[in-house]
Design a protein around this ligand. Structure first.
Ligand code: GLN
Length: 304
């Protein structure tokens, strides 16, 4: 398979779509990112890398960070985590409050904001310096010591973060947030602000395609059982209330963020990431989703 040629074909086919989406405008620091940015990066399990477009340029990974925090929480707590967060798709938008009251403050899954706040809360309980632990984990996974939080984005998130604040206080009222709400939100806003390139992302997510092993260092990150669990949850909950459409079109587990990035995993074969800041109505990258659909179609790969 000539992956480079496939990526170039896709770049050509989806480029016009990049201007059709809308940048996330409720976080001012994200609203200024040009719509015509576009990247695809691919890393195979044999270690080969391919890319097109702005694959070296850093962008705000936003909700993709929920996979890193969830991985740490699952390592730390294993099945205990499921007492505090569910494993079912929500069918509501990523920042919705509605289910929380009916379900007594137990968020549907770890990849919507409510669930991610609970996961972030567990990191505050597990570590003395959770911000440092998290960024070091991401740096180690991607083998890039320069990856960092973007303080401007984190501040902007906080200034426009009243919905997340509402979620966190509401969950705390149900006694499912243990730490100080401001500390939970500070860590959450920072995790969303992590700045990485499409290439950093395919390197960092290698463990989910490679039986839990970090390819670059051969270090075991998580067990194969945990890989199975994370990928299953990504398939059913990773792309918000458009998860059915994403699974139908792309056929891979994946995680999106409102910075316009999406990472998808073909276990045993590769990790692919896309970046195109224009979003569809569900908060997933419009051209990015199309690029992934084209990739799995052209390469005839999918988990099904
Ligand atoms: N920082 C964003 C928020 O909490 C992340 C959401 C996302 O990427 N879907 O609203």
């Amino acid at each position: 398979m000539n992956y480079q040629q496939v990526l170039e074909e896709i770049l050509h086919e989806v480029k016009p779509l990049t201007l059709k989406g809308k940048v996330a405008n409720y976080i001012p620091a994200l609203a200024s990112v040009p719509l015509n940015k576009f990247a695809i990066a691919l890393k195979t399990n044999s270690g080969e890398e391919f890319f097109v477009g702005d694959a070296d340029e850093k962008f705000s990974i936003q909700s993709i960070s929920k996979v890193f925090t969830f991985t740490l929480a699952l390592k730390n707590l294993e099945d205990q985590l499921w007492e505090r967060v569910g494993k079912e798709p929500s069918g509501t938008s990523f920042n919705s409050l509605v289910q929380l009251e009916y379900e007594q403050g137990i968020p549907r899954n770890p990849f919507i904001n409510a669930g991610a706040l609970v996961v972030t809360d567990t990191l505050l309980s597990s570590y003395k310096n959770p911000k440092e632990e998290l960024i070091n984990f991401v740096r180690e996974l991607s083998q890039n010591p320069l990856i960092d939080y973007d303080e401007t984005v984190a501040l902007s998130e906080s200034e426009w973060g009243d919905r997340n604040r509402a979620l966190c206080y509401f969950i705390k009222d149900f006694r499912n947030i243990y730490n100080d709400v401001n500390e939970v939100l500070d860590l959450y806003f920072h995790q969303c602000s992590i700045s990485m390139s499409a290439l950093d992302l395919v390197r960092a997510f290698g463990y989910l395609a490679n039986a839990g092993i970090n390819q670059a260092t051969n270090d075991p990150i998580i067990t194969t059982r945990q890989v199975k669990r994370i990928n299953s949850l990504l398939l059913t909950c990773g792309t918000y209330d458009a998860v059915g459409d994403f699974a139908y079109r792309v056929g891979l587990p994946g995680k999106s963020g409102i910075g316009g990035g999406i990472v998808a995993i073909m276990p045993g074969q590769y990790v692919i990431s896309v970046w195109s800041p224009g979003l569809n109505a569900h908060g997933n990258s419009l051209a990015g989703t199309q690029a992934l659909e084209l990739f799995t179609t052209k390469t005839k790969t999918s988990i099904f």
